[in-house]
Write a protein that binds this ligand. Structure first.
Ligand SMILES: C[S@@+](CC[C@H](N)C(=O)[O-])C[C@H]1O[C@@H](n2cnc3c(N)ncnc32)[C@H](O)[C@@H]1O
Length: 337
């Protein structure tokens, strides 16, 4: 069997406003704010996805090893939530799917009746993922979607009524503020049916030194990942950023529990972006916010589940209790008879 994918693009929505226009608009809005920012999803072009893959292999970046350990130990237990019924194994922001292959391999060994649907905005990550699947797990039926999370889910849900088992790994939920996570999870709830299962990776609050090392690695890969955003603006929007005039800065806010990534301007400078048709001025040491990575406590996770319409089935931890993969069930009111 060959794994495939479909690119969900503007034509699927009869919308003439393309990806690049959306990128330009988000950059215009973000760089016009008093506190400049650019949405973190733009970190993942082909180069950014490759750099993120490198980050996940760094010893300082503990979340990947924690989640690998959890999935290795718990994939059989996870199968029990869905065995005996055909289901879609949907993965939001699948990336290269390195960890998911453990789960796919186990589910295939157990002969479960499932179809794997990875969803990711990065086409290059999807290319890599389907090539690996075709090579390593040729018996797994897989049809990926290159799309934003929710356009992918909507596309899927208009097509079938199987049980859904949704994976949202890698602590990607932490990239949303607490308010945005509530909105995201409620949107997810809207797209799903009563009894569907969601497995979400949450990075837990821990020693601050460990966090700072994880997001400021000694080889400078995270720095490259972050600076690549300016390179992407130069490439795709005709930006004129001089990359050497910015530095990466990763810090932890003890009040919000969030790691925060910034690109900091090293001097006063004005940068023109051709596709936007205007320039942006940066004061010396002025930051552009590029990413949050919020850390959680278990009661905060349970509260979030309850608030957004899910019940918590269990939390699986790694041996150091740095990370949890939390299993939630969609709860919907039953229609009265
Ligand atoms: C932090 S990485 C996690 C990758 C992988 N799940 C893991 O655990 O290693 C986030 C992934 O989500 C994708 N992504 C980010 N924002 C997205 C969005 N709005 N819609 C779809 N995919 C998105 C990125 O391309 C990237 O592959």
């Amino acid at each position: 069997m060959t794994a495939t994918y479909k690119v969900i693009n503007a034509t699927d929505y009869s919308d003439s406003f393309g990806e690049r226009d959306a990128f330009a608009l988000d950059v215009l809005v973000g760089l016009s704010e008093t506190r400049k920012s650019i949405p973190s999803k733009y970190l993942y072009d082909a180069r950014g996805s490759e750099l993120f893959r490198e980050i996940t292999k760094l010893t300082e970046y503990y979340p990947t090893n924690c989640e690998l350990e959890i999935l290795e130990n718990r994939s059989t237990a996870l199968a029990e939530y869905v065995s005996g019924r055909p289901f879609n194994l949907v993965e939001l922001g699948a990336g290269f799917g390195r960890k998911t292959r453990i789960l796919l391999g186990r589910f295939a060994e157990l002969d479960l009746d499932f179809r794997y649907v990875p969803i990711d905005i990065s086409e290059s990550a999807m290319d890599g993922l389907v090539a690996e699947l075709t090579d390593k797990l040729p018996n797994v039926e897989a049809g990926g979607l290159v799309s934003d999370y929710f356009n992918g889910l909507k596309w899927l849900n208009n097509r079938d009524d199987r049980l859904n088992f949704v994976l949202f790994l890698g602590s990607s939920i932490g990239n949303f503020s607490h308010n945005e996570s509530r909105v995201f999870l409620r949107n997810l709830w809207n797209c799903l049916n009563h009894g569907d299962i969601v497995l979400i990776g949450f990075d837990l609050k821990k020693d601050i030194e460990l966090l700072l090392h994880a997001y400021n690695d000694s080889r400078g890969v995270t720095q490259e990942f972050n600076l690549n955003l300016l390179r992407r603006i130069n490439r795709e929007l005709g930006g004129h950023f001089d990359i050497d005039k910015f530095r990466h800065f990763g810090t932890y806010d003890v009040f919000s529990g969030g790691m925060e990534s910034y690109l900091v301007s090293l001097e006063r400078q004005t940068v023109y972006i051709d596709m936007i048709g205007r320039s942006f001025t940066f004061a010396p040491w002025e930051p552009i916010h590029t990413e949050y990575s919020y850390k959680y406590l278990i009661p905060e996770i349970e509260h979030l589940a309850l608030e957004t319409g899910f019940s918590v089935a269990t939390h699986y931890f790694d041996s150091r209790r740095f990370f949890t993969d939390s299993v939630w069930r969609v709860e919907k009111p039953r229609p009265s008879t």
